[in-house]
Design a protein around this ligand. Sequence first.
Ligand SMILES: [Fe+2]
Length: 237
Amino acid sequence: MNVQRSIDLKKNHTLRVVENTGKLAGALSLNDEQKVIAEVIALYHDAGRFLQFTKYGTFNDEQSEDHALLSVAAVTEAPFFAGLDEISQQIIKMAIQNHSKIQLPNLEDEQMQLFCQLIRDADKLDLWAMIINQFRDRSNDDMKVIMYNLPDLNPVSEKVVKAIQIGKLVKKEDMKTMNDFRLMVMSWVFDLNFRASFNILNQHRYIEKVYDTLPKQDGIINAYRTIKLFIENKFVE
Ligand SMILES: [Fe+2]
């Protein structure tokens, strides 16, 4: 991947995550102080990506380092960080460190949990937008890298469909084809935390747009139905 393009990709992603964070923070009626913390988290959540790419030439954490930890290091070194109170510092570090984990650890502190969930939602909402954009071009090299160079084969793996049927996120190691990756991207709904996030998801029809790129096979149709039902239920609770 071209260096400047890769940097721009992450820079623009970051700016849109900041924007999403603002929307969610508004919908959640956060106060001004909380909004600032949320914005700092959004601005720095992927800051480690720049160092990662410069040093290793890849965005793949397994082939380099955990980018979330690099981002924590970047924010703690930022000049303003030392001026923040201890609790805010802890929240910012925790939210950034956990933003890309498959699952959040159990957090007893409500504030801590709120900010951790917020960045995960704001991030996913933009990842959906970015990935759907890339899906349009099947031969696109960037897309192949994003999809872990999985083969462009039709079948979907049983484990992937099963995970969705029980409302779980698809694990990276269970993906064997590009279509598995597409289903994995759809399974992120199970980790969406706020009604406002589901509103944005629906507005942009992200799930439908991913589904449109998939062949209509039984396993895929069933997985899609499960996901749609899960989303609908979020609005009747
Ligand atoms: Fe991100």
